[in-house]
Design a binder for this molecule. Sequence first.
Ligand SMILES: C[S@@+](CC[C@H](N)C(=O)[O-])C[C@H]1O[C@@H](n2cnc3c(N)ncnc32)[C@H](O)[C@@H]1O
Length: 376
Amino acid sequence: MLSLKCLSKTNISTACSYVINGRLRNVRDSVKLKRGLHTRFSVKEDTGSRAERKVCEAVLQHFNTQYNEELGETWLSAREVLLNPHCWQYGVLLNRFSDHLDIKAVLKSLGYYSLLSQPDSPIVRSLQCLVHREAVRLRSQRHRPGWLKQYYLLNAASLLPVLALAVRDGESVLDLCSAPGGKALAVLQTANPGLLHCNEVDKSRYEWLIKTLESYVPRELRDTLALTNEDGRDIGGTKTEMFDKVLVDAPCSSDRSWLFSSGAQQVELRLRERANLPQLQKELLCSALAAVRPGGLVVYSTCTFSRAENQSVMEEVLSTSQGVELMELEEDLICSLSGHFKFAHLQPPLGHLVVPEQGRTWGPMYVCRLRRKPSS
Ligand SMILES: C[S@@+](CC[C@H](N)C(=O)[O-])C[C@H]1O[C@@H](n2cnc3c(N)ncnc32)[C@H](O)[C@@H]1O
């Protein structure tokens, strides 16, 4: 476990100290930071809250039974990562709308490197996510009205659905299940959509979504954003064929966080409601397919290993929807990411599943892409 403490002030050298296995090391960084509130940054490791998390035995047993059968050995190595928050890595998504050049330089000098490194790809040119080989976590920046945050912390595998969506400038995009807004933000790093419609059903998460967008997106771009607080299952009926691309980042078992569920009642409720998730996921996916124009793309993603919430949802929707086809992710996208992400061998082989392992703790993240066939 490596933790990092780094404090910087305006116009002085940046002093950083790391803790690796309990021993303190100092690093002096010569990067000068410009004057101004927006370029000040401090980085501090919060080890306490992660150390205190307790694994929920009931959820673990439930997952053991299901995933031993579905994933075998892969579950055993993924489980080792999920049960140890001290080894979790975090990606740092830089906000292209803010002044982040100094932070990028500091992070690179601390051993961060770019997740995506195909200089000829237009998406890769604007989407910058830095990762570290060790489990380093920067402190999240606070929301300050009128100031744009410089980075967003995320599980780097969350970028896979956004890359699969491959949004181009001017396109109309729907993010059907959007809060807290990480993927919407990543979409805006890759292109300038003509419209990005973000929807979230839960009222408090909808408020959180608004705050995220306010914290990262400049005022002049907000005209291209639409926000709604609706049930995503209704949107296919009200906004039929209105979008070029739709992302369904579906509500799911969220394996990583569910393992740390607390309170017997919450656990019981989650495990009971888990059985209903595939139905909700299918309905959301069908709504997305109605909202996308013929020829448009729908990307479905979850952060669970569960076959019932991943391939089975895709199988059923593909077999019951007319004019819809599977659209494999580009070979070069998967190849370029396979150094960073471990992909599972899926049965049935529908979509892609990133599974965490030591040193590459990204995932779980399932992604599958569909296309509505163009009308003839
Ligand atoms: C996996 S999270 C989305 C994460 C988000 N895309 C991001 O990257 O920050 C799934 C979200 O779907 C929302 N949700 C659940 N049921 C929904 C529904 N029927 N319609 C729309 N959103 C729904 C949940 O409240 C939750 O915020």
